[in-house]
Design a protein around this ligand. Sequence first.
Ligand SMILES: [Zn+2]
Length: 508
Amino acid sequence: MSTGERQEWMVTLQTATRPPASSSQKHSDSLPHLSSTNKRGLLELRGYKGRVLVSLVGSKVRLCKTEQDFRAGLGISEVELTAANIKEVDRRGFEVSTPFKNFCFVAESEREKEEWVEAIKESIAETLYNYEVAEKIWFNEANRSCADCGMSQPEWASVNLGVVICKKCAGQHRSLGPSLSKVRSLKLDCSIWSNELVELFLEVGNKNANSFWAANLTFEEELHSGATVEERATFIRRKYREKKYRKVLEDFNDLKKLNRALCAAVVSSDVLQTMELVFNGADVMCATGDPDYSTPYVLAQRAGQKLQMEFLHQNKLSDFPRLDQCSENPCLSDASLFMDGFLYVSSGPVKMMPDRRGRDDMARRWCTLEGGFLSYYENERSPSAIGRVDVTEVVSLAVSNSETMTGAGALFTIELYLRTERALTVRAETQETQHDWIQALTKCFVPSKVEGLVQKDSKLIGRLQYKEGHDLYHWRTGWFMLEGSTLHFSSGDEEEVLHLKQLQELKL
Ligand SMILES: [Zn+2]
C-alpha cells in the first residue's frame, strides 16, 4: 500500500467513524461561518496546483486561492450553476460542466465528494426552479407567444410594458433604452419576480398590452418569428418608440388632463386604464394636489391597489412621449446604450464608503453597461459576471474631478449610491473614459426629460424629494445637479438654478 493510499484510507475511516454532522465541517472549522454559504471547503481542482477554497453560495460556486482572497472578493473563477450539469467521475472526483467551461474537482474522501455533489445538485435544482416564474407567467395564454413576433414560449419580459417577449425581440427592446423598456429574464433574473409583478403579468399580459400598442397594426405590417435583425429592429422601434400602431386616446393630448385621469385611475382596480394613460405620456411622478398623498403611487397605496402600485413602480423612470411630442421627437438619444471597458471596482454598504477602505480591494474588472445593468467580470473573456448592479436603482452619482492616487496609479473616481443603501465605486484610468462612463450611467437612471442637467460638468447628480417655497405641503420628486457651488434643479419642466453662496439659511 502506498503512502497516498494509506492516507486516503485513514481519512475515509476517520470520516466514517465521526458523527455525520461534523464531517462536512472538517475544513470549515477554522473558517468563519457565513450564513449565506451552502457549503465551502478545500478541494483539488484538476489543472491547478494545490487545493482551492470552494464556496457554494446560492446558485454560484466561487473558487479562491485563500480565505483572504475570498473576503476581498478576489476569485480564481466563478461558476454560475444555471444550466450547469454535475457528474461523478470516480470515487473522489466529480465534474461540474457549464455551457462555457468544465471544472474537475477531487475531494479528500468519497464521503466529502458525495456531500459536494449533493449540495451542488440541490443548487442546480434551485436554478431550475426559476422555470416556475415562466410557468406562472405562461398561465396567461397570451403570454405563451412573443408579444412582438409570435415566437412560442418566450422567456424574456419587458417589466414596465407588461409584455412577454422572445430572446431576439428582447435584444431589440434593450436598444430602446430602459426609459421605454426594462428587459428582464423570466429565468435568470428570478429575484425581481415578486408575487405582485407576476400577478401584474397575469392581469396585463401580451393581449391587453397589444390592445394598446398594436391596436392599429395591419396584417401586412405584422412581425414574424423568422424576421431578420433589421426587420425586428424597425418593427420594435416603430411600435414602442414611434407608437405607430397604438390606440389613440383623442381626449388626452395635454399633460394636465392625462395626469388628472391617472390620479383617478390608480385608486381603482383597473390597471389597464392606468397602463393606457401612462403609455400615452401621463407622468407617473406627477403631483396629485393632495398634501398627504402627493404621488399617484401613494394614492394607490392608500386605496390598497397592489397591482397599480407595482405598475407605477416599474414605470417610475419610464418616459413615453405624448402624442403631440411623438412626431417632433421620434428619436431620443439613448437608442442603443451599450458600453464596455476596464474599470477598478469595489462595492459595499454605504457606511463603508467615506474612508475608501484601503485601496487594495479595488480590482481591475471588465465592465459592461447594457439594458440598464452594469456588470463586472474577472476579465474580457469571463463567461459569467462577478457582480451586477441595476443602474435604474441608482439614487445619486458622485464624481471626483481630481485624480486619486492608488496602488494602480492615478485613477478617476465615480461613486454610485443605490436605493438598497449599497454603493459602488468605480475608477477609470483616464479622465476621458471617466467622462464617457458618467454620460452613459446617468442616462440609465435620469429620465431624458431632465437630460439637460447631465450635459454639464457635474459633481453630484441625483433624485431628491423637495418642497417649494409657495407650497410647503407637497413633497415632490426632482432631479438635482451640483456644479461647483451652483445647484441646478429640474422637475421635468423647467430648469432652475440656485447659487449656494447666496444661501441665507440651510436646515437639516
Ligand atoms: Zn419575438
